[in-house]
Design a protein around this ligand. Structure first.
Ligand code: HEC
Length: 388
């Protein structure tokens, strides 16, 4: 079956039989599968903390400049977020005293209205520590910019790894072991961008490969990690007839073989050659998905509703996590495009909602606050409240 008919077949299966024969990702955009109401795993918590730290690092200078609070709402958010991570980390199974102390130091820096570079450096250091301590598999929040990855590679990596990434740069001869060859198809089929991200962040011990965790921001490291994937000698992206709907997380954390398996309906003989799937995967890696504002609004709404449902079941902790996700995975991604008064209002009510669901038995109040939040989302969806 060629690629075109494979995807039409996939679509037909969905139409005829719903979810029975197909993996959920084929229609995840239309009907996102509700998340199971299990408690968050350590990995999910760790990833959430990293997002929180990245958020503080990115937005702190909107809250404090020259030792002065320039936006009190942003500032109280910075305090709240830093405190949330520090408090949650205390009860983590991987808790280590120096890390807990560094988190308290972050709170102190924010309390002292320290300059942004100091806060940013500590946030990035802590994020790197979490990755290591918890053995985390991380993924980017924003769609990587491969053109920027290419530029950074030329400026910082080509002397060792070579212009085309074949491990044959001018400095390569003097090195033992030699720099990695990123054009080797067999190797690269087994690699996922998150592994490159880790190698870049921490370096490779006992080799000339230095740690770039403090040289580049996480976004820049993702730009590079995704760019490296395109250096494979037989990298041949082809736009698929139908969107395979691979998420940014899947593209960052799965290698090509794993992605091919994801795109292959389980229990069926694979009749389409792996090569064609690779072309689709290559295309998705080169054009990583960037959700639209409508999709971000939908993500926010879905997770908020899941939060209220969890609270109604009496599961405050889960309700809190859903609310948190609604913010990080949804609203935060569009708030910069909204009028200040509107996102300010959303964040105020969102803060009240979070406080409310921390205690049991306030369902009426939680429902009222939720209705206000959903009304704001509806308002935004109607095209109101955007910054002109
Ligand atoms: C001074 C030379 C040098 C520079 C500069 C350099 N690297 Fe490396 N890099 C190496 C060497 C040597 C290795 C091989 C380590 C090994 O064999 O395990 C390596 C390994 C790696 C790996 C791990 C690959 C794997 O298979 O796990 C990645 C990813 C990587 N480099 C990316 C980069 C990027 C991106 C840059 C630029 C920001 C860069 N390197 C700059 C020398 C260098």
């Amino acid at each position: 079956m060629n690629r075109v008919s494979f995807f039409s077949f996939a679509l037909l299966c969905v139409i005829l039989t719903g979810s029975v024969t197909m993996p959920p990702r084929f229609f995840s955009a239309a009907a996102p599968a509700p998340r199971p109401p299990a408690a968050a795993t350590d990995t999910e918590n760790g990833q959430r903390w990293i997002f929180t730290l990245q958020y503080i690092a990115g937005d702190y200078d909107r809250a404090v400049q020259n030792g002065q609070i320039v936006d009190s709402l942003e500032y109280s958010e910075m305090q709240r977020f830093a405190h949330t991570v520090a408090a949650a980390y205390q009860s983590a199974p991987t808790m280590k005293k120096p890390t807990a102390a560094a988190l308290l130091k972050l709170e102190d820096l924010i309390a002292a209205k320290a300059e942004a570079p100091a806060v940013r450096a500590l946030c990035h250091e802590l994020a790197a520590t979490f990755i290591k301590e918890m053995n985390l598999i991380v993924f980017p929040r924003f769609s990587p910019d491969l053109a920027n990855g290419e530029k950074l590679f030329g400026e910082n990596c080509a002397t060792c790894h070579g212009d085309c990434g074949a491990g044959d740069g001018p400095s390569a001869d003097t090195l033992n072991p030699k720099p990695r060859d990123f054009t080797d198809p067999h190797r690269l089929q087994k690699y996922a961008p998150h592994q490159f991200f880790q190698a870049l962040t921490f370096g490779v011990e006992g080799t000339a490969m230095a740690a770039f965790g403090e040289v580049f921001t996480p976004e820049e490291r993702w730009d590079l990690a995704f760019y490296l994937m395109t250096l494979r000698r037989d990298f041949r992206p082809e736009a698929p007839a139908a969107d395979p709907q691979l998420t940014l997380k899947e593209l960052a954390t799965h290698n090509n073989q794993e992605l091919a398996a994801l795109l292959t309906p389980p229990g069926r003989v694979r009749r389409h050659p792996l090569l064609e799937l690779t072309a689709v995967i290559d295309y998705a890696r080169q054009n990583p998905p960037q959700p639209t504002t409508d999709e971000y609004l939908a993500i926010t709404e879905r997770l908020l509703k899941q939060s209220l449902a969890a609270y109604a079941r009496g599961d405050s902790a889960q309700a809190n996590l859903f609310a948190y996700d609604a913010y990080w995975q949804g609203f935060e991604m569009i708030e910069g495009k909204l009028q200040y008064s509107l996102y300010n209002k959303f964040e105020r009510i969102f803060g009240d909602y979070n406080t409310c669901i921390e205690k049991a038995g306030q369902l009426k109040q939680a429902q009222g606050l939720m209705k206000m939040l959903l009304d704001i989302l509806q308002h935004i969806r109607q095209g109101k409240g955007w910054r002109s």
